[in-house]
Design a protein around this ligand. Structure first.
Ligand code: SF4
Length: 235
C-alpha cells in the first residue's frame, strides 16, 4: 500500500490541478502516483504533439509568422506523428481569417479557476468568439469511442470558467481529432463544482495507488519502465 507523507499530502492540496492530473488518476492511480507524487516524468508522444500544436496556436494568436516545423522540432514530436501535426496545423490555419473579423477572435487562453479550495489551471487549445457564442476546441491525438466520458471532466472545467467569464455568451465545446479529421461536439452535462471538488478529495484520500491496466497502457510511459503489472506479465 502506498501511503503519502503529510508533506506530500500538503503539497498535493496546494498544487494547481489540471485535467491531465485528474484523468490520469482516474485511469490508473499508480501512474498518477509515479508522475505527480514521485515526480518520475518522461515525455510521451502525445504530450509532444500537443505541445507543438499549442505552441503554433499561440504564435498564430499573437500574429507571429512562424514555420510550423519550428514548433514541431522544438517540442520533439515523433516523426511518425507528422501527419497528425500537419492536419492540426491546417485546421488552425483555417481560423486565421477569423482573427480579422470584428466579432471573431482566435486566442490561446491560460487562466486559473477555483473549485472550492482547489486551484485549477485552464489551458484551452482554441477559443473562438463568434457573435453570442464561445466555441472551445481541443485537439486530440487519438480518437476513441468513449471520448464524451473521458473528456467530460476537462470540458466541465472549461465550461465553468467560461460561463463565469462570459455570462452573456452561449458556450459550445468541441473536440477535434486530426486523425481521422473529424470534429465532435460535446453534449454532456458538465460536472458541478461540488463533483469536481469531490474528485480532488478522492485523490487526496487514496491510500493505495494500484496499477490499473486499461487500453491506454500501450501509450503509458511506465509500461516499460517498472510498472509492476507489466513486469509481472513479462516474467
Ligand atoms: S502501464 Fe498501465 S497499469 Fe502500468 S502504470 Fe501505465 S497505465 Fe498503469
Amino acid at each position: 500500500m502506498i501511503t503519502l507523507s503529510k508533506t506530500q499530502l500538503d503539497e498535493l492540496k496546494r498544487r494547481c490541478w489540471s485535467y491531465s492530473q485528474l484523468s490520469r488518476f482516474k485511469q490508473c492511480p499508480y501512474s498518477y502516483w509515479r508522475r505527480y507524487v514521485k515526480g518520475d516524468k518522461y515525455p510521451s508522444p502525445n504530450t509532444s504533439l500537443g505541445l507543438a500544436l499549442h505552441d503554433y496556436a499561440e504564435k498564430l494568436a499573437n500574429h507571429d509568422r512562424v514555420d510550423p516545423m519550428h514548433c514541431f522540432r522544438a517540442a520533439g514530436v515523433y516523426p511518425r506523428q507528422k501527419p497528425e501535426f500537419d492536419r492540426g496545423v491546417d485546421s488552425l490555419n483555417a481560423f486565421v481569417p477569423a482573427q480579422v473579423h470584428p466579432y471573431r477572435r482566435l486566442t490561446e487562453h491560460k487562466q486559473y479557476y477555483y473549485v472550492g479550495p482547489f486551484e485549477f489551471i485552464i489551458i484551452c487549445d482554441v477559443i473562438l468568439f463568434i457573435k453570442d457564442k464561445v466555441w472551445v476546441w481541443d485537439y486530440k491525438a487519438s480518437s476513441s469511442a468513449d471520448y464524451a466520458d473521458s473528456h467530460q471532466f476537462q470540458f466541465s472545467i472549461y465550461q465553468h470558467f467560461l460561463e463565469t467569464s462570459y455570462p452573456d455568451k452561449n458556450i459550445k465545446t468541441q473536440l477535434y481529432f486530426p486523425i481521422p479529421n473529424k470534429s465532435v461536439p460535446l453534449q454532456h452535462k458538465p460536472f458541478t463544482a461540488d463533483e469536481l471538488g469531490a474528485m480532488v478529495e478522492n485523490v487526496l484520500g487514496c491510500q493505495d495507488f494500484k496499477p490499473t491496466p486499461h487500453k491506454w497502457c500501450r501509450t503509458c510511459e511506465y509500461q516499460k519502465r517498472g510498472c509492476p503489472f507489466h513486469e509481472k506479465k513479462s516474467l
